[in-house]
Design a binder for this molecule. Structure first.
Ligand SMILES: [Zn+2]
Ligand SMILES: [Zn+2]
Ligand SMILES: [Zn+2]
Length: 363
């Protein structure tokens, strides 16, 4: 985030002795002459307008005012002597500064009636133009409070939660049951009834595939179909081809009676996001040979241009008969497969789901 200064505005403070509102730059009360104590904070005025006076702005930038250690009077940070008592200010304590006072108030405020003589005065006036009496603070044009979001039904009802936990519980029980049942095995003696094999090869072809990416990530051999500008990232500092996005301006106490209106900004950097087509190897076909003997062979398809062989898979199955029940076993490789001559007898370790876990010769 970059903090940007929008401008400087007058603040005000209320005299604790007589209740009069004074301009922020007034160091002593206009009505009773009391100095502003260091614990009396500056406040935002009802309607903030930007200060044009360069001297005031320079003072606001110079640092928070200091309070005279002898008489308490507020003096500019640059002063070496108190304006009231001429005391040395080298040990003087600086006012607190940097507090956020609130959102920048730039809306017009309604006129106020003088409580003393009844004359109407602009809402920004501190004193009655007719009789000079201190004016009450006008109703501030508060920014509309954000509407509280409609709270969505938070979480689930008790019943729904109960049902959900019930279902989860059943799923867990089912999983445990499957694990237990499939690990429980029994031995049966089976006779080989038949065998089969399947050898398959995938054929891949160079195929135009559409994809999207930032222009600098598009492969060199790709063909760009179209591009559009999109926000690629957001960063605190300005950059070429970026758009500044700033938050609501707010007023910060500088400790000088002048407020600094600032805005937090960030920069959305745009870049070309492109749709392109590029040739990629994709599965095109799968050719396979099958047989029921012990001499499997690989298919040998003729490749067209822009084609290549992909993944190849070999699979074997052996069918056993044990007391009228058929079991299928899948050997890992050809060497294992060729052992299962028709009519040979094997001890099968079979689980509850009739899956053959292992086989050993029946001797
Ligand atoms: Zn006063
Ligand atoms: Zn002093
Ligand atoms: Zn008046």
């Amino acid at each position: 985030m970059t903090k940007k200064t929008v401008g400087y505005v007058q603040l005000e403070w209320e005299c604790p002795s007589c209740g009069t509102r004074n301009k922020g730059t007034d160091k002593i009360c206009r009505s009773c002459g009391a100095a502003q104590p260091d614990d009396v904070a500056f406040e935002q005025v009802a309607q903030e307008t930007f200060i044009e006076d360069e001297k005031l702005i320079a003072e606001a930038k110079a640092g928070p005012d200091v309070h005279c250690p002898f008489c308490g009077t507020r003096n500019p940070a640059t002063a070496s002597q108190c304006s009231q008592c001429l005391a040395d200010l080298t040990e003087a304590k600086a006012r607190e500064a940097g507090q956020v006072l609130g959102a920048h108030q730039n809306k017009a405020v309604p006129d106020v009636a003088c409580t003393h003589c009844g004359s109407m005065n602009p809402g920004t006036a501190l004193h009655c133009t007719h009789c000079g009496a201190a004016l009450p603070k006008p109703e501030r044009a508060e920014p509309a409070a954000p509407k509280p979001k409609v709270k969505r039904a938070a979480g689930m009802s008790k019943t729904a939660r109960f049902v959900l936990f019930g279902i989860l519980g059943l799923v867990v029980i089912a999983c445990i049951a499957i694990i237990v049942l499939s690990s429980r095995t029994e031995e049966v003696v089976g006779e080989v009834q038949g065998v089969s094999w399947e050898y398959a090869i995938a054929i891949e072809a160079l195929t135009p595939v559409e994809d999207q990416d930032w222009r600098d990530n598009v492969p060199d051999d790709a063909e760009i179909v179209s591009c559009r500008e999109e926000v690629r990232r957001t960063q605190p500092d300005p950059a070429p081809n970026s758009v500044e996005v700033c938050g609501t301006p707010y007023t910060v106490d500088t400790g000088t009676g002048v407020g600094e209106v600032v805005q937090d900004c960030e920069y959305q950097v745009y870049d070309d996001y492109c749709t392109y087509t590029a040739l990629q190897w994709r599965d095109f076909d799968l050719v396979s040979l099958t047989g029921d003997d012990f001499a499997p062979e690989w298919p040998n398809p003729v490749l067209a241009q822009d084609q290549r062989f992909g993944e190849s898979t070999e699979s074997y199955e052996v069918y056993f008969n044990a007391d009228g029940q058929t079991y299928t076993y899948r050997p890992d490789d050809l060497a294992e497969y060729t052992q299962f001559e028709e009519g040979s007898r094997w001890i099968l370790e079979v689980n509850t789901f009739n899956n053959v876990r292992s086989v050993t010769p029946d001797q």
